[in-house]
Design a protein around this ligand. Structure first.
Ligand SMILES: Cc1cc2nc3c(=O)[nH]c(=O)nc-3n(C[C@H](O)[C@H](O)[C@H](O)COP(=O)(O)O)c2cc1C
Length: 243
């Protein structure tokens, strides 16, 4: 099958609310699109995400009421849940450190390069400083310290717990968009949904309290009436500002 160009896929993608039950989709192709989702850029390459690919009809039936029985969920052939795992930051920092070790094998007698030192410091010192928190208290202390130092020089300010949640969610959103564009590229349809009871979804998927649902993306092939009208956007000139 000839894949669409990026521009074609972007224009083809619409939020589809009714999928055709007569047109099945290939689970392996959806999985490949999820893998392409995981190639999205991620803050500090921390990859604080997980992807739950729901292919079982019985689980989809359980998920639909948790998505308030939206048509996009009820008629879905498959669902993909984009999950934020900010709680895994230590594990992901270690994975990055292990990866850096493979790039710079130990050579007795030779000093580590400045690039190696920087990369290791980044994941062993800066990332723990940014992500570590205790009941939000450390985050506020960091924030206050940054307020003071920030009076004299530019500082990274997103260090409180709520800031880090935004960082992790925007990254997961990029993966979801990569996924939806990849799906559109092969003629498959999607609908991103934040309308769900995230607590119940987490329980159904066996996720810990610390995991957060970013969005649930339903998948299938559109019925013509599944696209609710023309695409509406605020006039581009109103939102585009050239500086
Ligand atoms: C984060 C997010 C959450 C959304 N949640 C829902 C939802 O719960 N149900 C739904 O039908 N559409 C949902 N949408 C789809 C939007 O309504 C849709 O993207 C918008 O109307 C523009 O239409 P288009 O995607 O066809 O261009 C969501 C989109 C995003 C990005």
């Amino acid at each position: 099958m000839q894949e669409k160009t990026v521009s074609e896929a972007i224009h083809y993608r619409r939020s589809v609310r009714v999928y055709d039950p007569e047109k099945p989709i290939d689970t392996a192709l959806v999985k490949k699109c999820i893998e392409q989702g995981s190639l999205a850029p991620t803050s500090s390459n921390m990859q604080l995400w997980e992807f739950y690919h729901i292919t079982s009809k019985s689980v989809i039936e359980k998920m639909a009421p948790l998505c308030f029985n939206q048509n996009a969920a009820k008629t879905a052939q498959e669902l993909v849940v984009f999950v934020v795992r900010k709680d895994l930051w230590r594990k992901r920092a270690k994975a990055n450190l292990d990866y850096i070790d493979t790039l710079y094998p130990k050579r007795p007698g030779s000093e580590p390069s400045s690039r190696e030192k920087f990369a290791k410091n980044y994941y062993s010192k800066l990332i723990p400083f940014t992500y570590a928190d205790f009941l939000g208290i450390f985050g506020w202390l960091k924030y206050l310290m940054i307020l003071v130092v920030g009076l004299i020089k530019p500082m990274y300010r997103e260090v409180r717990n709520k800031d880090m949640r935004i960082v992790a969610h925007k990254t997961a959103g990029l993966a979801a968009q990569n996924f939806m564009i990849s799906m559109a590229g092969i003629g498959y349809d999607t609908c991103p949904m934040e309308g769900s009871d995230t607590w119940r979804v987490k329980r159904l998927l066996g996720l810990p309290r610390s995991a957060e649902i970013n969005m649930i993306v339903s998948c299938g092939i559109r019925k013509p009436e599944g696209v609710y009208g023309e695409r509406f956007r605020i006039p581009f000139e109103e939102v585009y500002k050239e500086i």
